[in-house]
Design a protein around this ligand. Structure first.
Ligand code: MN
Length: 747
């Protein structure tokens, strides 16, 4: 009670008058707000400023400055560098009060309303998360997201807070500096990038870099200073004719000799292994057209620039007609000066520039319908989607989603080289393969996702790294049509099915011609159709299709056609069945095709797949053998026993083509097994051996070869068996035959 009284007295702000220097600070803040925000509630900001000053009174920062300098600076960043709104400025002023002073959240709500209290609560929570040391990175992100969901402004204020702390980090002890810089580099900078806060991201990175690698930082900073003058005079010279012409035409614009950020220069030096000079000497100039210049003016400026300098066509990018996903718009071109220097020029309007630098935040300023505001909407929608289905147990996954799943009707996957590909939800490796190249899709035989073999028709998820293993020939399976979602894959598979059908029809027609010529039968297309109809086919195409397929005996057609020609009329006898539909025909075709090409004996990674395979002749694997699959150059998978000597060789030379296979449990096909038998030769031995196999074992024998020499014989017997067990039983029985000394599996 008493405490509440004193607090109320302490923060009775109405009549509180600031000292002169604080009043100047407040005036300055209000000025910044007025210059940068659309509407400014000066009374509320003044009240917040007073509470901020009073509640932190007497507390100093590490720099020795009064503490209120910090929230004030954060408020200014919020107003002038992120341009959010005056509610956020109010919250920024008070962002440390609830945690560090005796002001409670209820107090804030009472004095400033629910929204401000909400924002401060969010910022406090995020700060708490970062302070707990043992928090794993993923969880941190997740909690960060959770608070963001309440209001995206929470995160923006937190960025401003972190930016100011980084700007003043030199006052902290070295160990703290390193810890904060690391955390900023790992968490805040990527997050800022994600939000499209590119300017803040670059500054955060530079500030971190300065702490983490002061030597490299100083080196590059010094180099930049040394080059500054030369750079500026070059830009001036380059721009002179352009500037004159634009002035003449009455253009209102700003030119920025875009300074490269120290950290990004360093990163480029590292990545490209090039000295500072080579990275730095690619000049970049940005021309920003002030309002109300339009995108058409950007094109006019482009045309003026290319009148003066020669553009490199390959380097032209039009992000105005086709903005990037995050709303970025600009024209990019690279031109060559008369002296042969390359200069990159970016042309954009002021609005485009704001969105480019401030990303999501810039939309507060430009709310009206643009490509950008749609992006923001999608973004917020996506955040809500994630938060409506929180899975705290899968924190890592959550981060992955956060980093990649900007739009939830799309998934982002990677090529083996780390290149990002966007696919619709539900896409499979088949879609991915066709997305890379139609040829890859046609030749795909298997897929590796995150290093593991998966069936081609398995659905991909966000962040998967996908590798397609291809054979030399087309392996396209018509059944894939049900497993793809992309237009590209679907249309190619359809086309393939059609083409396949046409080939079969053509083949059937060829067979018919041969027989027709031999029998001197000549039928017109029309007569051919009549014959086909009488033979239960819809038309001659369907008849040829079945002939080409081997489903209809061409001799029957010949007989019938002979009658047709001689009698000029048709025997009605045969037509009982209704004609087959096209669908039935295709189904029949693919059924037989599948039965021919694919067995049912193998599982790929424990699953049935549509993979085509055959058994290696070198080791004749049979069910029960430990086997591996090897994707041959022709696209077939060859099944070898894992202890086959060829396998050992392949593992050394071509291990990426090895895939994991196992036997299915119910296999109805027969395999060939061979047994080597050695013993004493005697009359009737071969008979006894074959009797054991065919009579007592009820097994079909394929062959037996025997060599006898001076009373000894050596033979190889091949038999049709079900599996390894079966073969073992046969060997056991063979060993019992009189005179047999040895019976072993023969490879
Ligand atoms: Mn703070």
């Amino acid at each position: 009670m008493a405490e509440a009284e004193t607090k109320k007295e302490k923060y009775e702000l109405k009549d509180y008058r600031l000292a002169e220097s604080q009043q100047l600070d407040l005036d300055n803040l209000l000025e910044v707000c007025r210059n940068n925000l659309q509407s400014v509630d000066e009374e509320r900001i003044s009240k917040a400023f007073k509470l901020c000053y009073l509640s932190h009174e007497g507390v100093m920062r590490a720099s020795g400055e009064p503490f209120y300098y910090h929230p004030m600076a954060v408020a200014k960043i919020v107003a002038s560098e992120i341009n959010i709104d005056d509610v956020s400025v109010t919250a920024a002023l008070l962002h440390d009060t609830v945690e560090d002073t005796d002001v409670s959240l209820e107090d804030i709500e009472e004095m400033f309303g629910e929204t401000v209290a909400h924002l401060i609560d969010g910022v406090t929570k995020i700060s708490g998360v970062f302070k707990s040391r043992d928090t794993k990175q993923a969880e941190t992100f997740m909690k960060l997201l959770l608070s963001m969901a309440e209001d995206i402004r929470v995160v923006l204020i937190k960025f401003a807070d972190r930016l100011h702390n980084m700007r003043t980090i030199q006052h902290l002890p070295r160990d703290k500096q390193l810890k904060i810089a690391n955390e900023t580099m790992e968490l805040y900078a990527p997050l800022a990038h994600r939000f499209g806060l590119f300017k803040i991201k670059s500054e955060l990175e530079d500030l971190c870099f300065k702490v983490m690698d002061p030597t490299s930082y100083k080196f590059i900073a010094r180099k930049l200073r040394e080059k500054k003058e030369a750079r500026e005079s070059f830009i001036e010279e380059f721009m002179q004719p352009i500037r004159n012409q634009l002035d003449e035409m009455g253009y209102n614009f700003e030119i920025k000799g875009r300074p490269k950020h120290i950290h990004s220069i360093f990163r480029k030096m590292q990545r490209q292994q090039k000295p500072f000079e080579e990275i730095y000497d690619l000049f970049a100039i940005r021309i920003i057209l002030e309002d109300p210049h339009s995108k058409e003016d950007c094109w006019r400026v482009y045309s003026i620039i290319t009148d003066w300098y020669t553009p490199i066509p390959k380097r032209f990018r039009d992000f105005i007609s086709v903005p990037k996903a995050n709303g970025y718009q600009s024209l990019h071109t690279t031109v060559i000066t008369q002296k042969g220097r390359k200069v990159e020029v970016q042309i954009r309007t002021r609005k485009m520039d704001e969105i480019a630098e401030k990303g999501v935040a810039a939309h507060w300023k430009y709310k009206e319908g643009s490509a950008g505001s749609e992006t923001l909407e999608k973004f917020i929608h996506w955040v809500r989607e994630i938060l409506d289905n929180p899975r705290p147990e899968a924190a890592t996954e959550f981060v992955k989603d956060f980093q990649l799943n900007l739009y939830q009707d799309e998934i982002y996957v990677f090529t083996p080289d780390g290149e990002l590909k966007t696919l619709p939800n539900g896409a499979t490796p088949i879609d991915f393969a066709f997305e890379i190249h139609s040829e890859i899709g046609e030749r795909a035989v298997a897929a590796k996702v995150n290093g593991k073999m998966v069936p081609l028709r398995k659905e991909l998820s966000v962040g998967d790294q996908v590798e397609i293993i291809t054979g030399n020939k087309i392996n396209l399976n018509p059944d894939w049509i049900d497993d793809v979602v992309t237009h590209k894959a679907r249309s190619r598979i359809r086309q393939y099915i059609k083409q396949k059908e046409r080939e079969v029809v053509k083949e059937g027609r060829k067979i018919w011609r041969k027989h027709a010529d031999r029998n001197n039968i000549e039928l017109s297309e029309e007569e051919m159709d009549q014959v086909a109809k009488k033979l239960d086919f819809k038309n001659s195409q369907y008849l040829f299709y079945d002939i080409g397929n081997g489903d209809y005996d061409v001799k029957k057609l010949v007989e019938y056609a002979k009658q047709f020609v001689s009698k000029g009329r048709i025997d009605e006898e045969e037509s009982e069945k209704p004609p087959r539909t096209a669908q039935e025909n295709y189904e029949k075709y693919y059924e037989t095709a599948r039965a021919r090409d694919e067995g049912n004996a193998l599982l790929l990674n424990g699953e049935m797949t549509d993979i085509k395979y055959s058994y290696a002749n070198c080791c004749n694997p049979i069910p029960g053998d430990d086997v591996i699959g090897f994707i041959s150059r022709t696209g077939d998978v060859k099944i070898h026993r894992s202890n086959c000597k060829n396998t050992r060789h392949l593992l050394k030379t071509d291990s990426e083509r090895i895939i994991d296979v196992s036997w299915a449990t119910n296999i109805d096909s027969k395999f060939i097994g061979a047994v080597k038998i050695i013993g004493e030769d005697r009359v009737g031995l071969i008979n006894d051996l074959t009797d054991v196999v065919s009579k007592s074992m009820k097994t079909n024998m394929k062959s037996i070869n025997v060599n006898s020499d001076s009373g000894m014989f050596e033979g190889i017997m091949t038999v049709f068996i079900d599996d390894l067990d079966h073969l073992d039983r046969i060997i056991k029985h063979l060993k019992r035959v009189k005179g047999v000394k040895m019976a072993v599996r023969y490879e």
